[in-house]
Design a protein around this ligand. Structure first.
Ligand code: ZN
Length: 180
């Protein structure tokens, strides 16, 4: 249960690396905590001035670069695919779990993590993705037939990997069509 709802919130500003930031994001996801990112303008200005290299990159919005040495996945639009070993995250399942009815809710948690990974690669803003999303919404205006997280469609590669980790019992069909 989320007991953080009734607790008072305060702002915590930390200077972190991209890696540390991703770990923090994953920790929040893991605990089902919501967070609000707050841009701290004063710090930004100060840091710009004191940064010897004049390098303001560190203060730009968190972005994970695509690796141009790999082909782009036609589903998640990442190089390499977000489900590729190179993109392995700490929370990835290391072995296939036993088929179980509870797996359906565990899959939702994994979709949430993948949503965050794809968010940091700007996939949700890609015009090609937005076009596919519009097409899917035309077919499924109530968002019942595809797998969504935060109103975004989970790509086929993610669904396949997560279902392989956390399978349904035999003869239990999966909810949600594959979006391609
Ligand atoms: Zn992919």
């Amino acid at each position: 249960m989320d007991d953080s709802v009734n607790q008072e919130k305060s702002i915590l500003a930390l200077e972190v690396t991209e890696e540390q930031k991703e770990v923090i994001y994953n920790l929040f996801c893991h605990n089902n905590w919501d967070y609000t990112e707050i841009e701290i303008k004063e710090n930004k200005e100060e840091n710009k001035e004191t940064n010897e290299a004049g390098d303001s990159e560190d203060f730009e919005e968190f972005l994970i670069e695509q690796n141009e040495n790999f082909d782009e996945c036609p589903y998640c639009l990442c190089k390499p695919c977000i489900t590729h070993e190179n993109n392995r995250q700490m929370w990835w399942e290391s072995e296939v779990q036993m088929a179980h009815t509870r797996n359906s809710s565990l899959r939702k948690t994994d979709y949430k993590y993948f949503w965050t990974n794809l968010f940091h690669r700007r996939v949700w803003q890609d015009p090609r993705y937005l076009e596919r999303k519009r097409a899917a919404l035309r077919q499924d205006p109530r968002r019942r037939n595809y797998i969504y997280h935060r109103r975004d469609l989970m790509p086929k590669c993610v669904i396949q990997l997560v279902r392989s980790w956390l399978p349904n019992l035999p003869n239990v069909p999966y909810m949600g069509h594959m979006w391609e």
